[in-house]
Design a protein around this ligand. Sequence first.
Ligand code: ADP
Ligand code: MG
Length: 643
Amino acid sequence: MTSQVEQLEFQAETRQLLELMIHSVYSEKDIFLRELISNASDALDKLRLEAFRDKDLNVDTSDLHIDIDVDKDARTLTVRDNGIGMSRAEVIDLIGTLAKSGTADVRRRLAEAKESAAPEELIGQFGIGFYSTFMVADRVTLLTRRAGETEATRWESSGEATYTIETVEDAPQGTSITLHLKPADTDDALYDYTQPWKIKQIVKRYSDFISFPIRMEVPPPPAEEGAEEEVTRQIETETINSMKALWTRPRSDVTDEEYKEFYKHVSHAWDDPLEIISLKAEGTFEYQALLFIPSQAPFDTFMREHKRGVQLYVKRVFIMEDCEELMPEYLRFVKGVVDAQDLSLNVSREILQQDRQLKMIQKRLVKKVLSTIQKIQSDEAEKYKTLWGEFGKVLKEGLLGDFENRDALLKLSSFASTASEDELTTLAGYVERMHEGQEQIYYMTGETRQMIESSPHMEAFKAKGLEVLLLTDPVDEMWVGSVPEFDGKKFQSIAKGEVDLDSQEDKDATEALRTEQEKEFTDLLSWLTTSLDEHVKQVRLSTRLTTSPACIVGDTNDFTPMLERMYRASGQELPTVKRILELNPTHPLVTGLREAHAARPDDAGLVDTAELLYGTAVLAEGGELSDPAKFAKLLADRLAKTL
Ligand code: ADP
Ligand code: MG
C-alpha cells in the first residue's frame, strides 16, 4: 500500500530557528549526536515505563538499545532506537512545531537575537535538540513507529520552510533518524561523521553514561597478510559506551566534562552547570542525588507550563521526569536525578504525593541546595552574582510559602538599595548600616529603580541619609507583605502608613510646629478631603516630603498600585482602593492654595488646582491617572494662562 506524501509547513518560529541552525557557525557541531542519543535514550526509558504500566502493550523490552550506522559512500549517518516511537500526530506536534510553546516569548527572543546575541547563544538558550542535526545534514529522514501501533510515519526535511510526512507500513517499532551529511567543506577527517572512530570519540565524550548500549559496527584491524579473507573481514558490533550511571560513581572518579554532559542530557539544556551537588543518604532509607544549578535560566522559567527539573530513578531505573515531589516550585531551576533504593518500581504520581519518604528526601534536598547557595554566596562572589541574577526572582517565591526555610532564604537573598548604584546588598549588610535608633528595614516597591528613586516618598529618607531597599521584582510585592521581619527588624514600606523619622529630641522640637501647622491647615485639609473624595480617603500633612508638593500613601494594609496592576493583569477584579494624599506644608503650591482657599472659598478654579495637585502626585509615583485626558486639558488651560 502506498500512501500520500503530504507537504507541511514549519511554524514561523521553527523556521527561523532552523535557518539559524543551517547557517550556524556553532563550533561544536559534534553535539548533534549527543542530542540524537539523548532523545533515543529518553524514548527507551519511556518504552520501558509504558510496558511496565500497560500490560496490554505487547512489546519486547529485553533488548533496548541504540544503534549507529555509518555509510561512507552514501555519506549518511543513522541513529536507531527501539524505544517508544512516535505516532503521526506526535511527529507533527513534536518535530514540526517548537514543542516548548510560549510562542510569543520565542518570537521576542528571536527578534532580540537577530539584533544582538550570537546565534550560538540562542541555540544554547532554546536547547534545540533535534534541529541541531541541520548543522551537519542537508536532509534528515525520520522513520518511526509508536509502540502498540501498526502504521509508521516517515518524515523528511531539508530544514527549509517545509517538511514531508507520509504513512508507511512495515517499519520496526522505534525511531530511526538518518542524516544525509553535508558535503565535507574540508578534507579534515575531524569533521567526517562517517568515520567510526570519530563517532566513538563523540559518544565517549558526550554520551558515555547513557544507560542503554550504544552499538556500532566497527571494522576489525587490517587483515593480516595471507589470512583467510572470509574470517578476518567479519565486522563486529561493539558497544561503545560504558553505561555507568554517573551518580553511582565516586565524585573523584568523574571528570567535570562528564558531569557537564550529563547535565545537558538530564536538563535538555545547552549551558554548563554553575554548580554540581551530589548527595548520598545511607541507613534506613537509601538514595543518591546528583543535582545541578544551571548557569542560565531557561526561557520558560516563568511560564505556566514550565517543568521542574529533577528526575526520579528507582534502583537505576528511570521512573519519571519532572518529579514534583522532589523539589518545591521555587527550586524548579534545579536539575538532576534522585535515585531511591527502596521505592517500588511501580510507583505512580498519586502514590508519590502521599509518600513520606519522598517528603523527607525533598526536605533534605532543599536544605542542601540552600546551604550550597549560601556557601557560594560567602565564598564565590562572582558565581553568586550570576546565580542570583538568573534565579533570584524564582528563589524569592520561596519566601511566600516555605516557612521552614524562610530565614535561610532571607539570608541568601540580595537586593538593590539606595546604598549603592550597582551593587546589591544582603539584608545583613543593610542591618549593619542601619542608623543609631533605626528600628525598621525600609523598602519601597515599584516597577523600576529609577521610578522608586525619584518618587516623592524618598525625599525625607534621602534628606536623612536613610537607606531604602529598592524592590522591583513582581514577587517582591508579594513576599514583603507576608514576611514579618529579618533579624528582629520589621520591614517597613516608605510608601505606606505614617513615617516617623525623627529622634525623640527632634520630635519634641517639631511637635509644637506640627500643632501650629495643623491648625493653620485645618480648613484646607477638610475642604480637599471633600473635593477629592472621588480619589482619596483622606488628605493630611506630610513629614516625608522636602521638595515635592504632595504624594500618595497607602495605609499599612493597602494594595500598592503595582500589586493592583498585577492582580488586574491576571484577570482578577479588585475594588479600587482609595489611598491618602499627603501635602508638604512648606511647598509654595500648598501654602499658596491654603491662602487662596481662605480668601476665595467658592472659587471653582481652586477645585481644578486640587485635581492637578492630586494628578501630579499620582504621576510622580508612576501611577496611572483615571482620566488622563481631563488632566491634560486642565493642565493645558492652566499653562495657557501663564503665558
Ligand atoms: P527535547 O528532547 O528537549 O524535548 P528535542 O528537539 O530533542 O527536544 O526533541 C523533541 C521531541 O521529539 C522530544 O521531546 C520527543 O518527544 C520527540 N523525539 C525526538 N526524538 C525521538 C525518538 N528518538 N523517539 C521518540 N521521540 C522522539
Ligand atoms: Mg532532546
